[in-house]
Ligand binder design. Structure first.
Ligand SMILES: [Zn+2]
Length: 244
């Protein structure tokens, strides 16, 4: 299971060797390893709002006998870069910051813009921290941005006892135009530094940048027109935040 994108489970009980067995009085419970309390699941449907590994067990009656079945492990993961990069709310914020990045580009300075992407599992909505402006980069130097450490989870160390949480699930930043640059082509998409930062922080990183020109080159030239096509890139160093 994955928070927001695949967070609905419907548990069913069947006998591995006797599919005709009819169970009655079926009820399911869930717990988090390390925590003693089992929680009843209403009916058989469950919505994942906390990341981690959980155990699910069932109580049932068949042929007049009572059974405890399980437990089985349920793994709830954080969203992946691939899921987030096509999410319409994230796309809209990314294109907004891209437009601001283009507006801030002058013949003498460029700024990368960035933020953290947050997921509130109470509402299954993405939101964003305030925009960070990278330092001004003169046109004979590469631009960069430093977002620091991701915001902590709210509540701190969410468990199944909490109904939901707000998690930082990815970094995001823009790269900058070469329209006024004088020092050669540059690679597009996640840079080696972006990949290292994502790996070290153990959190995904999405990047908005121009589409390579020409096709297959992996670069854009100097003096690339500012309004050229751009898109979201994944970094692929940490495809999703680890949940265990
Ligand atoms: Zn970058």
């Amino acid at each position: 299971m994955t928070l927001k994108h695949d967070n609905q489970a419907a548990f069913t009980l069947s006998h591995p060797n006797s599919p005709d067995v009819t169970y009655t009085d079926v009820r399911f419970e869930i717990c988090q390893p390390g925590y003693v309390d089992w929680q009843a699941i209403a009916g058989n449907s469950w919505t994942a709002r906390i990341a981690g590994t959980f155990l699910v067990r069932a109580f049932a009656t068949a042929d007049g006998q009572s059974f405890v079945v399980g437990p089985v492990t349920v793994w709830v993961q954080f969203p992946s870069e691939e899921e987030m990069m096509v999410d319409p709310v994230i796309q809209a914020h990314a294109t907004n910051l891209w437009a601001q990045t283009l507006a801030l580009c002058t013949p003498t300075n460029r700024h990368e813009l960035g933020c953290w992407i947050l997921l509130n599992t109470a509402t299954d909505t993405y939101s964003f921290t305030a925009t960070t402006n990278g330092p001004p980069a003169p046109n004979n130097q590469d631009s960069y941005i430093y977002l620091g450490a991701p915001p902590g989870d709210v509540p701190h160390s969410p468990t199944l006892q909490h109904e939901s949480a707000v998690y930082a699930v990815s970094a995001f930043h823009t790269h900058t135009p070469t329209t006024f640059r004088t020092d050669g082509s540059r690679i597009v998409g996640a840079s080696p530094g972006d990949k290292t930062a994502s790996l070290n922080l153990r959190i995904p990183s999405l990047v908005y940048d121009y589409v390579e020109t020409p096709d297959g080159s992996g670069v854009i030239p100097i003096a690339h027109p500012m309004t050229s096509n751009a898109k979201m890139y994944e970094t692929e160093s940490c495809p999703r935040r680890p949940s265990q």
